[in-house]
Design a protein around this ligand. Structure first.
Ligand SMILES: NC(=O)c1ccc[n+]([C@@H]2O[C@H](COP(=O)([O-])OP(=O)(O)OC[C@H]3O[C@@H](n4cnc5c(N)ncnc54)[C@H](O)[C@@H]3O)[C@@H](O)[C@H]2O)c1
Length: 446
């Protein structure tokens, strides 16, 4: 069978929904993707090294707030299963990898999850399979890391098939464009960018994604697809830094930047609104740009916009803490010994994700300065230990607000009643403009 014949056969299997889809990494990206394939009647296997996740999914449960257990149960009825057993990779036609790509303690790309995954799947590869990386990473990862690891790790000596004449397996990159908490665009309607290691891989990957997305956007190489994702996130990172800096200037000039942004966004072209806040959070915007900065050094190039944006954004939690100190001192109180309640641990409104959340940094800074800190977040009854924090705290009931010297609105969850919060609090430091329209001397906006 030539590569071309294999592709025709696989396209047929995709069209008839017989193609077996394996998704590695059942997290915020991988699980929704698995459900999307499942909705389209594909038989999906989710792979994860976290035994708790595998167990929960196989019991029909969910661990992501916005995914109800009923959706998992529905997927299970079309054959969705989770496993930690990599030998099942051999039964898949398509394997999509959605594992974390964090930064290490030196702020450098940590590709250990990606390379670990490739080493695990390589021994089980077979001819004609398609492997797609979705994890955000620097341009070159698919060609320089993924493809070589897959080739080295399989005993059958299979190679990446780069054209219609070659045999082997296919490799592509397709970035995830999930925007947690944003329900304005249906997942299907988000165009899917795809870059393949060769034209057959590109065609193959485009056919797979066309079955669950309304539009695919083919680009000339995996590196172009990798760079596309970074451009999108760097664009956000730089623009958020711009408004964070302008907020500081506007506060000195006694101008309400939120009012200015609202006015500016009435312009029907050439302007997109970004909003200031207490700092960046999430797995993407605070991290991804530095993947490119790191790679750029190999080309003797300094990504100054990224570095500057990083500097401005990472200073924001310190800026918030300064304003808490100032607000308390106006009430003749010192931060040391004060009781502070942080409202919102999630890095943004109405989601259950606290990775890189500025609330974590703000809490750490306040504790270091001698404050007694508690939090409330409807999405996090408890906050234990993460890679960069060890809080081991329990959410404080909102009714206890009067007991605190200061309440800090760090995340503007929509279920909070801001009028009631202001009424019952002694002092409110609002980092999100959530109290807009409420007139009270107790509010300090920063
Ligand atoms: N969360 C988002 O909104 C978002 C948006 C766009 C892109 N991304 C990118 O997608 C990727 C995944 O992000 P996420 O938010 O889903 O991460 P996540 O931490 O929620 O999920 C990753 C999952 O991978 C599993 N895992 C790690 N190593 C594994 C291995 N060797 N084998 C099997 N499973 C393994 C983990 O246990 C975890 O369940 C990252 O590169 C991220 O930058 C995330």
């Amino acid at each position: 069978m030539t590569s071309f014949d294999r592709m025709i056969a696989l396209k047929r299997r995709i069209a008839s929904r017989e193609a077996a889809i394996g998704i590695i990494g059942m997290g915020y990206v991988g699980l929704p993707l698995a459900l999307l394939f499942s909705e389209e009647r594909f038989k999906v296997t989710g792979f994860d090294i976290d035994a708790r996740k595998v167990e929960t999914l196989n019991a029909g449960g969910s661990y992501i707030v916005r995914i109800p257990a009923t959706e998992i149960e529905l997927a299970r009825q079309t054959g969705f299963r989770a496993t930690a057993d990599y030998s099942q990779i051999a039964q898949m036609d398509v394997v999509i990898v959605c594992v974390p790509t964090p930064l290490n303690e030196y702020h450098e790309p940590d590709l250990s999850f990606v390379s670990g995954t490739m080493r695990s799947i390589a021994p089980h590869l077979r001819e004609g399979q398609l492997i797609v990386l979705e994890s955000t990473t620097y341009p070159g990862t698919t060609e320089e890391i993924v493809a070589p690891l897959l080739e080295q790790g399989n005993q059958a000596g299979l190679r990446v098939a780069r054209d219609a004449e070659s045999s082997g397996f296919y490799v592509a990159f397709s970035p995830e464009r999930e925007d947690p908490g944003n329900d304005t665009v249906a997942r299907r309607d988000i165009p899917k960018v795809v870059g393949g290691c060769g034209p057959v891989a590109l065609e193959f990957a485009s056919a797979v994604y066309s079955s669950i997305f309304n539009r695919t956007v083919p680009v000339s190489s995996p590196a172009a697809a990798e760079m596309t994702k970074l451009l999108e996130n760097i664009y956000r990172c730089v623009n958020i830094a711009l408004v964070n800096e302008l907020k500081q200037l506007c506060m000195r000039m006694d101008i309400d930047l939120f009012e200015v942004i609202d006015a500016a966004k009435t312009k029907p072209f050439g302007f997109q609104a970004f909003y200031p806040g207490p700092g960046l959070g999430g797995h993407c915007i605070p991290i991804d740009p530095f993947y490119l900065s790191w790679k750029a050094r190999q080309f003797d190039f300094h990504t100054r916009f990224i570095e500057l944006a990083g500097e401005v954004n990472s200073a924001m939690p310190y800026f918030v803490v300064e304003h808490i100190i100032e607000a308390l001192s106006q009430q003749r109180k010192a931060l040391c010994g004060s009781r502070i309640l942080i409202l919102g641990m999630a890095y943004k409104r109405d989601i259950d994700d606290l990775r890189e959340s500025p609330s974590l940094t703000i809490i750490e800074l306040l504790q270091k300065r001698g404050a007694t800190v508690a939090y409330n977040d409807p999405f996090f009854p408890t906050v234990g230990q993460g890679r960069k924090y060890a809080l081991n705290m329990t959410s404080t009931p909102i009714e206890k607000i009067p007991e605190f010297d200061c309440v800090v609105i760090a995340t503007d969850h929509s279920q909070y009643n801001y009028q009631a919060i202001v009424s019952s609090a002694q002092l409110v430091v609002d980092t999100r403009n959530a109290t807009r329209g409420i007139d009270s001397e107790k509010i300090v906006r920063c």
